[in-house]
Design a protein around this ligand. Structure first.
Ligand code: BG6
Length: 465
């Protein structure tokens, strides 16, 4: 249902605003996802709205001048100190003015594009100044405030709990949208759908037929000038705690009551409660300590691999191997479901079993690896059956942030994280932290530390990516 919206971006001069938020609003405006809108950006630097918008231009493919003009005419900027009470009074007045000028009806999306340390203070001040109110939203309520918190949501279990406690004094859970942008990626949205709408997969989706699962998120890029942030977090907290545990939860969850609404969130929460950590290996790329903003003796991990189990009837004994790192030899986000070997009936047996690969990026698609006969012999060879997403749907599928912002405007929370999911993920992260062992150095643009083989010494893991 299209409506009119005022976006208030807290942290409007940051990287996320220019790379993701403004481009996503631009595309939604182009697709007429809302009837009318305005953008109010706030942040500490004393800059102009022109500067903020200009910084987003390189991240928008092919600008449509008419849409961009509308963005320019509907955007405002306010220099803002999150810790100065007077600035909140100015913000309140600005929102009122802008809405009057653009005839907007008071639907507010507050987007927290800031570090999590500021979440509590800003939320409390917005409430104290009467800028936001707690509402039990009904589906067709006339005007509403919704609030989006960017990842990372806290830095450990305690800080995530503290933030949740304080923001839920101000908002109802149904006004809160905690982002993990991976859930906005098309192929991740596809995992549950493919599992639960195909009889060739769902009956096999358990310990009887599945040998192991690999979830890989490798990046060629390094920390890209984000040393100060990254050195406090590292690969485990930046990637594994959020994106990778969400991917694991989608693969591992029980059949939800329906594929939408709160059902998927509940099913993911139940599976996260059952995750057990067996082992973890951490690494740091050579030269990391010389990066800007990084401590000279930093022990921060830029690589982490973990072996986890889901301790329930469906998955007992099936290892889930997770691996992520910066400055690796390739960019790939993928999930590999390895099926068990069938009994060998031939003189030359297959060298490996079947795999289902869900390739999230790049070359998005699903790939099933089957064993087949080599012509003219009884040799067995693996062949791949491909579903190439781009070949079928074209290259212009919506970006994650576009999907996510659209859901916020529609009031659909199914791909946002519930408070319990976040807290359970931090609990698992804490357990991985305890098992992480020494930090191993690896070369840039390599496949990670050689010690990765110690993740599961009893098995030859054979990483697929
Ligand atoms: C972010 C992390 O959440 O995800 C970054 O903070 C990482 O360190 C990024 O590079 C990866 O996202 P994508 O969409 O490029 O795979």
């Amino acid at each position: 249902m299209a409506t009119d919206i005022t976006f208030i971006i807290l942290g409007a001069t940051g990287d996320l605003t220019k790379r993701k938020i403004i481009p996503a609003i631009y595309r939604l405006a182009q697709e007429k996802a809302f009837t009318n809108f305005a953008i109010i950006g706030v942040a500490l630097p004393d800059v102009s709205i022109e500067t903020v918008l200009k910084s987003a231009v390189p991240f928008i493919k092919k600008i449509d001048r008419r849409v961009w003009k509308k963005i320019e005419n509907s955007s405002y900027y306010l220099p803002f100190d999150f810790y100065n009470k007077n600035d909140y009074s100015k913000l309140k007045a600005t929102i009122k003015d802008v809405e009057k000028r653009h005839k907007l009806s008071g639907n507010h999306v507050f987007y927290f594009a800031t570090m999590p340390d500021h979440f509590t203070t800003i939320t409390q001040q917005l409430a104290l100044h009467g800028i936001v109110t707690k509402q039990q939203l009904k589906p067709n309520e006339e005007s509403w405030p919704r609030v989006v918190y960017e990842k990372p949501f806290g830095s450990d279990l305690q800080s995530a709990r503290d933030i949740n406690r304080s923001i839920l004094k101000v908002f109802n859970e149904n006004q809160v949208y905690r982002i993990d942008h991976y859930l906005g990626k098309e192929l991740i949205g596809n995992i549950a759908l493919v599992r639960f709408t195909n009889a060739v997969f769902e009956p096999l989706w358990n310990k009887k037929f599945i040998d192991s699962v690999q979830i890989v998120l490798s990046e060629k890029i390094g920390i890209e000038g984000r040393g100060e942030y990254y050195d406090k977090y590292g690969a485990m907290k930046d990637m594994l705690q959020s994106h990778m545990l969400q991917m694991l939860a989608l693969v591992g969850m029980e059949v939800p009551r329906a594929l939408g609404g709160k059902n998927i969130r509940d099913a993911k929460t139940r599976v996260l409660k059952k995750v057990k950590v067996e082992s973890a290996i951490v690494g740091q790329y050579e030269g990391y300590r010389e990066e800007n903003g990084v401590a000279a003796h930093s022990k921060t991990d830029t690589f982490v691999a973990a072996k986890l189990y889901i301790d329930n009837a469906r998955w007992k004994g099936v290892p889930f191997y997770l691996k992520t790192g910066k400055n690796l030899d390739k960019k790939e986000i993928s999930i590999h479901i390895k099926f068990k070997m069938v009994k060998c009936l031939l003189s030359t047996c297959p060298s490996d079993s079947n795999y289902l690969t869900i390739r999230v990026q790049p070359n998005e698609g699903f790939f099933v690896e089957l064993n087949t006969k080599v012509p003219g012999s009884y040799e067995v060879m693996p062949v791949s059956m491909d579903f190439c997403h781009k070949c079928l749907f074209g290259p212009n599928t919506p970006e994650a942030y576009e999907n996510l912002l659209l859901d916020v405007t529609r009031g659909d929370q199914s791909v946002f994280l519930h408070k319990d999911e976040i807290e359970l993920s931090w609990k698992i992260a804490g357990e991985i932290e305890k098992k992480r062992g020494p930090l191993h150095v690896y070369k840039k643009q390599s496949s990670g530390p050689a010690e990765l083989k110690n993740l599961d010494p009893k098995r030859d893991i054979r990483w697929r990516a």
